[in-house]
Design a protein around this ligand. Structure first.
Ligand code: UD1
Ligand code: CA
Length: 452
C-alpha cells in the first residue's frame, strides 16, 4: 500500500513554538511514531504532507525514505491528500494517517486494509462524547457518508460513531474524487471525508472497522492530550516488560524513552527513566529514581537509588550508587564498586576496583584491584586541554588525593592520604608529600558568649 501522513495542520492549542508533530512522546516526535508505524506495514510509498512548521519538521525527522510534500496554504484534509497524489503507486491502496495520532497499532491498520478489500474502509470509534468529530452516517447498516460536526443537523450530531480520520482508499479513484471536492461547507475547506459519499454513489463498497483500543485513534491537540497519551503509551510499554518477566515496583511509575531490553529476573524500582538504547542483563536491579541513557549493564549488577548513568558500559556483578554519576565513555569491568557522590567520566575500571565515596575520576584508566579513597580527584583539565591519568593494577590511593594529569601511578604503588600527585609514581613505591604537623599548646579556641 501507499501511506500518506497528513501533518500540515497547525497546533494552536499546544501554545508552543515547536510544530505540533515534533512534540515528543516517549522521547520521540509524534510524527516519528507515525512513520515507524507506517514502516511496520512495509508500504510501497510513504508520503508526508507537511506545511505548518515548515522545513523544521522535515529537518527534525530526516529523509527516512519518505517523500515530503509541502502543502501551502492548508485548505483541508482533501486538499492535503491531493498534494500527495503524484507520489502514489496507483496500483495499490492508500492508507491515510495523521501526524498527530501517534499510537495506532500496525495490527489495527492491517485489519482496516483487509476490510477495504479494494474499496474504502474508515477506522471509526463510538464515543460517549463525539463533540468535534465527523459523524458516520449509516444507511442499511453500511456507512453512507461522513458529516463534519459544523455541517451536521441536530439528528446527525446525536450519532456517536465518529471518523478517526484514518482510512484506506482505492488510489486509482482518488484523482477523480479529490478533483471533484468542493469547499462549500461550514469551514470553507476541502474535506477528505466527502469521498465516502462519492464512493457510495459510484457503487464502491465502504466499510468501517474499529481499533482494539480507543486510545489508538486519539490525536494530540493540547498538552493535556499529549500527557494523557504519554501515560497510555508508558503503561503499555510497562505491560510488555511485565509480560516478559521483568519485576516493576510500580508499572505506573516508569518512563521508557527509547528501547529497554531486559534479561531474566530484572527488577526496576519506582520512578526510573530509561532513554535511548538500554540493556539490562540477567538479575540486574535498578534502584528508585535512577536515569539510564544508552547504557549496557551486565548480569548481576546492582544499581542503588538516584544514579545517573549515560553512554556507559557497566560490567557484571558491579555495585553502583546510591547517588553515582557515570558519564559518557565509561567502561567498568567485573565487580566494580562506584559509590555515593562519585563521578566517573570517560574512564575504565578493571575488575574489583572501587571508588566508594566522593570522588571524581575523569579521563582515567584504572586497573584491577585498585582502591580509590574518599575525596580523590583527578585534575584532568588544565584550563585548555584534558589529560589522561593511568592508575595501574593493585594501586591504593589514600583519601583526599589529587592526581594532576597527565600522570601514571605504577602497579602496586600506594599514595598516602592527602597527596598531590604531580609526577609519575614508580610501581611498588609509597608516594607522599612531605608535610609537617604542628601542635600549639597555648591555643585558645574562640567561644560564643554564653546566653543567659
Ligand atoms: C478531521 C476529519 C473529521 C475527523 C477528525 C478526527 C475532515 C474534513 N475531518 O477533522 O471527520 O473526525 O479529523 O480527528 O477530514 N491537515 C493537513 N492539511 C490541512 C488540514 C489538515 O495536513 O489542510 C492534517 C492535520 O495536520 C491533521 C489532520 O490533517 O493531522 C486532521 O486535521 P484537523 O484539522 O485536525 O481535522 P479535523 O477538523 O479535526
Ligand atoms: Ca483534529
Amino acid at each position: 500500500m501507499n501511506v500518506v501522513i497528513l501533518a500540515a495542520g497547525k497546533g494552536k492549542r499546544m501554545h508552543s513554538d515547536l510544530p505540533k508533530v515534533l512534540h515528543p512522546l516517549a522521547g520521540r516526535p509524534l510524527l516519528a511514531h507515525v512513520l515507524a508505524t507506517a514502516r511496520a506495514l512495509s508500504p510501497e510509498r510513504v508520503v508526508v504532507v507537511y506545511g505548518h512548521g515548515g522545513e523544521a519538521v522535515r529537518e527534525a525527522i530526516g529523509g527516512d525514505g519518505a517523500a515530503w510534500v509541502r502543502q501551502e496554504p492548508q485548505l483541508g484534509t482533501g486538499h492535503a491528500l491531493a498534494q500527495a497524489l503524484p507520489h502514489l503507486d496507483a496500483t495499490v491502496p492508500t492508507l491515510v494517517l495523521y501526524g498527530d495520532v501517534p499510537l495506532t497499532r500496525a495490527e489495527t491498520l492491517r485489519r482496516l486494509a483487509a476490510a477495504a478489500a479494494g474499496g474504502v474502509a474508515v477506522l471509526t470509534v463510538e464515543l460517549a462524547d463525539p463533540t468535534g468529530y465527523g459523524r458516520i452516517v449509516r444507511e442499511g447498516g453500511e456507512p453512507k457518508r461522513i458529516v463534519e460536526e459544523k455541517d451536521a443537523s441536530p439528528a446527525e450530531r446525536a450519532i456517536r460513531e465518529v471518523n478517526t480520520g484514518i482510512m484506506v482508499l482505492p488510489t486509482a479513484r482518488l484523482a477523480g474524487w479529490l478533483g471533484r471536492l468542493s469547499n462549500e461547507n461550514a469551514q470553507g475547506e476541502y474535506y477528505l471525508t466527502d469521498v465516502v459519499a462519492m464512493a457510495v454513489a459510484e457503487g464502491v463498497p465502504v466499510r468501517a472497522a474499529q481499533p482494539a483500543a480507543a486510545w489508538e485513534t486519539l490525536g494530540v491537540n493540547s498538552k493535556a492530550q499529549l500527557a494523557e497519551l504519554e501515560r497510555v503509551h508508558q503503561r503499555s510499554l510497562a505491560d510488555e516488560l511485565l509480560e516478559r518477566g521483568v519485576t516493576l515496583a510500580d508499572p505506573a511509575r516508569l518512563d521508557i524513552r527509547g528501547t529497554l531490553a531486559a534479561g531474566r529476573d530484572v527488577a526496576i524500582d519506582v520512578s526510573c527513566v530509561f532513554e535511548g538504547a538500554v540493556e539490562l542483563g540477567d538479575r540486574v536491579s535498578v534502584g528508585a529514581h535512577s536515569v539510564l541513557r544508552n547504557v549496557r549493564i551486565a548480569a548481576g549488577t546492582r544499581i542503588e537509588p538516584f544514579c545517573h548513568i549515560e553512554d556507559a558500559d557497566i560490567g557484571p556483578a558491579c555495585h553502583i550508587g546510591p547517588y553515582a554519576r557515570i558519564r559518557p565513555g565509561t567502561r567498568l569491568g567485573e565487580d566494580v564498586h562506584i559509590g555515593n557522590f562519585v563521578e566517573v567520566k570517560a574512564s575504565t575500571f578493571g575488575a574489583r576496583s572501587k571508588a566508594n565515596h566522593l570522588a571524581y575520576v575523569g579521563d582515567t584508566a584504572v586497573g584491577r584491584d585498585v582502591n580509590v579513597g574518599a575525596g580523590t580527584i583527578t585534575c584532568n583539565y588544565d584550563g585548555a586541554a584534558k589529560h589522561r591519568t593511568v592508575i595501574e593494577d593493585e594501586v591504593f590511593i589514600g583519601s583526599d588525593t589529587q592526581l594532576v594529569a597527565p600522570v601514571t601511578v605504577g602497579r602496586g604503588a600506594t599514595i598516602a592520604a592527602g597527596t598531590t600527585v604531580w609526577k609519575d609514581v614508580p610501581p611498588g613505591t609509597l608516594a607522599l608529600n612531605e608535610k609537617t604537623q604542628v601542635e600549639k599548646a597555648d591555643y585558645v579556641r574562640p567561644r560564643k558568649p554564653v546566653k543567659r
